[in-house]
Ligand binder design. Structure first.
Ligand SMILES: O=P(O)(O)OC[C@@H](O)[C@@H](O)c1c[nH]c2ccccc12
Length: 265
């Protein structure tokens, strides 16, 4: 039977808050749509959701991904070689979204949305059960282009906050963010790293202060130890490059261990 979840910002927020109220941390894996073929997408999302991912960030492949590090770029290239597009991902989800409980957040650059047409995109995203959206190359000041339509459709627009933002900017972004606030933990692009900045803790606690939504740390998180370390400073984590590698290696046990490390002991 098809489930009857009403998707959107509210579903995302309720799910995240439920996780926190159970004493767990939020765990959001990032998946590149179409890496391994579009056929692999629903099984991957289903696996992650069933293993306890709180929500899933779904990357749309794009030819000029300025914020992506090498691992995500390569995954995007593999997906583009399979001719995966924003349109084909949306069409697939329209049919199969009901199989996946976890909220889904699209991560797409603005160009594919322009190409699709803003209003068409939002209408279709809503029908496809998209709960939130991250658009890394759309500056805050230009978000009015899309935010009114998104508010009407009830889809969350998530803000990325970098380590180098001024206090004023941090406050502005944290207050505006919907669903959760994405705290970028490193300077630079995505990708696994071994160390984090010393002032990260202060940065994250400032974000917590300004943000009414949960604060999730992302960029460079690649081990259960990182997940636990970040869990002490934020409401949870986003893991991208490492998940892509593990999916490629079919190392489901390591993925399970990563998810498990966000759960209450
Ligand atoms: O890969 P990492 O270092 O684990 O970081 C998550 C990140 O990949 C994912 O959230 C993401 C992929 N592309 C992005 C572009 C901008 C911001 C965030 C992203």
């Amino acid at each position: 039977m098809r489930n009857t979840i009403t998707h959107g910002r509210e579903y995302l927020e309720t799910t995240l808050n439920q996780t926190l109220s159970q004493g767990n941390k939020i765990f959001v894996p990032y998946v590149m749509a179409g890496d391994g073929g579009l056929d692999q997408l629903i099984p991957n999302l289903k696996f992650l959701s069933e293993e306890g991912a709180t929500a899933i960030e779904l990357g749309i492949p794009f030819s000029d991904p300025v914020a992506d590090g090498p691992t995500i770029q390569e995954a995007g290239k593999r997906a583009l070689e399979q001719n995966v597009t924003l349109k084909s991902v949306i069409e697939l989800l329209k049919q199969e979204r009901y199989q996946i409980d976890a909220p889904i957040i699209f991560m797409t650059y603005i160009n594919p949305i322009f190409k699709y047409g803003i209003e068409n995109f939002i209408k279709d995203a809503q029908e496809a059960g998209v709960d939130g959206l991250i658009i890394p190359d759309l500056p805050f000041e230009q978000q009015v282009l899309i935010s009114n339509h998104l508010n009407e459709a009830g889809i969350a627009l998530i803000q990325l906050v970098s380590l180098t933002s001024s206090k004023k900017r941090i406050k502005q972004l944290a207050e505006a963010s919907q669903g959760f606030t994405y705290a970028i933990t490193v300077n630079g692009i995505t990708g696994a790293r071994s160390n984090f900045a010393k002032d990260l803790e202060a940065h994250l606690s400032q974000l917590q202060e300004f943000s009414s939504a949960p604060v999730l740390a992302g960029f460079g998180i690649s081990s259960p130890e990182h997940v636990e370390q970040m869990g002490n400073m934020a409401d949870g984590v986003i893991v991208g490059s490492k998940i892509i590698e593990l999916l490629q290696d079919n190392d489901t046990d390591s993925i399970k261990r990563l998810i498990e490390s966000s759960k209450a002991k």
